[in-house]
Design a protein around this ligand. Structure first.
Ligand code: FE
Length: 209
């Protein structure tokens, strides 16, 4: 469905444009005939953007929080570690996991177009593809984070990672306090899509607030 993250490969452009045009034409015909409700399509797209896709990444993060050996593997060879859970890039792009720490926060962008770790996060949000995010994430990452409601201490460094068609990044947020002994499934519920792009943090459980 989302293919404009491969704009680096210009030989693909026509094919994807044709495909998108056909999908749009089909959607229009079906809507005009009363066979589908555009609102229903929006709900499906929204589900893939915010739930189905990012759940894969959340499982990767939860496993890294729970299993130090897996965390090491993820740090050294994210492509293989992520593939071991069944999530692989469709065009062989490589993954790199960047870990938030006490002194460093990581933020992911694609300044050139909209390269995105779709195998672990699903469809990119609209803002990720917007020129404003793509330029400002590099120039003023702290300001961008503030707009997402994330205020970090001045002492914390922000590293910005620029994705490409060949290399995509997954942010591993810091594990929140108050989650000792939690199962991976329960931990995964704390990990949002935005936390894995770096525009958010892992949710803090109520008992630790
Ligand atoms: Fe890109």
């Amino acid at each position: 469905m989302h293919d404009d993250d491969h704009d680096h490969h210009h030989h693909h452009d026509n094919r994807y444009t044709d495909m998108q045009a056909r999908v749009r034409a089909l959607e229009t015909v079906l809507t005009e005939k009363g066979l589908i409700d555009p609102a229903a399509i929006d709900v499906i797209v929204e589900t893939y953007e915010t739930k189905v896709g990012p759940r894969n990444g959340a499982r990767v993060v939860a496993k890294a929080w729970s299993d130090l050996e897996f965390a090491d593997w993820l740090r050294q060879d994210a492509t293989a570690a992520i593939a071991s859970l069944g999530y692989a890039g469709r065009q062989g792009e490589h993954m790199r996991a960047v870990f938030n720490t006490d002194d460093t926060h990581n933020l992911v962008v694609c300044t050139l177009c909209s390269c995105y770790p779709w195998s672990v996060l699903g469809l990119p949000p609209v803002w990720y593809k917007a020129p404003a995010y793509r330029s400002r994430a590099v120039i003023d990452p702290r300001g961008v984070l503030a707009e997402f409601g994330v205020t970090l201490p001045e002492s914390k460094k922000i590293r910005v990672w620029d994705s490409t068609a060949e290399l995509r990044y997954l942010v591993v947020p810091e594990r929140p306090n108050g989650t000792d002994g939690w199962s991976e499934e329960r931990l995964a519920d704390l990990v949002s899509r935005d936390a894995m792009i770096g525009t958010g943090l892992a949710a803090v459980p109520e008992n630790a607030r």
